[in-house]
Design a protein around this ligand. Structure first.
Ligand code: CA
Length: 240
């Protein structure tokens, strides 16, 4: 019952696939249409931009290695044109190193090929659910937390008592909490969206990382002003 209701709300959402590998296009299109999505397909950047100019999709699945413009260039262009729909990049395993580049130019998520249908659908639904937050915040490059400047491009917290480097995970954590600034965020939501249910992670993993991050971005981590714990609920980024 719940499943049916969930699918219902995504019906008629328009997804644009930009991918040049015919077998993958076939699988993606078939899967998404079976779920009730409206699907458009293009095989290169110019065609993708033409589709978007005509009618922006609700979400785009974007391959990185494409003939002509790369996925990165397309993503950058789309954001420069002020389109805020979610973009999920499709990446080969050896391209994972470019993840940070992609997130900084405005992609929302990555999925590594080969991927399972269930995982893909879960990611798409998660992005459609929270796409309003992108409209709210847009991609941020830095945050001023009191005397601490958090530079999300260079992954560093600039503090009066010295700089602290941030890990990729910590940057993602801040981005996620910022998208929901002044709202409670549960540990489960962080596991789902920041850790994406990676093997052997649990809510304890989240607590450890949040605590470490707090020690980098708060001048008094034992009495936090920005990244606070909500007992029995989770975390909240406030005063931003
Ligand atoms: Ca390709």
């Amino acid at each position: 019952m719940l499943q049916t209701q969930q699918n219902q709300s995504y019906k008629n959402k328009h997804i644009l696939i930009v991918e040049d590998e015919p077998s993958l296009v076939f699988t993606l299109q078939d899967t998404l249409e079976n779920e009730g999505y409206q699907v458009s397909v293009t095989h290169n950047g110019n065609d993708a931009l033409a589709v978007i100019a005509k009618k922006a999709p609700d979400l785009m699945l974007l391959d990185i290695m494409l003939p002509g413009m790369s996925g990165y260039e397309i993503c950058k262009k789309v954001r420069e044109d002020k389109h805020l729909f979610p973009i999920i990049m499709l990446t080969a395993r050896d391209q994972e190193i470019d993840k940070v580049t992609g997130l900084n130019i405005g992609a929302d998520d990555y999925i590594t090929k080969p991927f399972g249908v269930k995982e893909l659908l879960a990611r798409i639904q998660a992005r459609l659910r929270r796409s309003h937050t992108y409209v709210k915040t847009g991609p941020i490059s830095e945050l001023q937390l009191g005397e601490v400047k958090v530079d999300l491009i260079n992954s560093v917290a600039v503090r009066p008592d010295g700089n602290q480097e941030l890990t990729t995970r910590e940057v993602e954590l801040i981005r996620y909490l910022y998208a929901y600034a002044n709202e409670p965020v549960s540990r489960d939501a962080l596991l789902e969206h920041v850790w994406r249910y990676e093997f052997s992670t649990n809510t304890r993993t989240v607590d450890v990382h949040v605590s470490k991050l707090r020690s980098k971005i708060e001048l008094k981590p034992e009495d936090p002003h920005f990244l606070v714990t909500l007992h029995g609920v989770g975390y909240m980024l406030k005063n931003v």
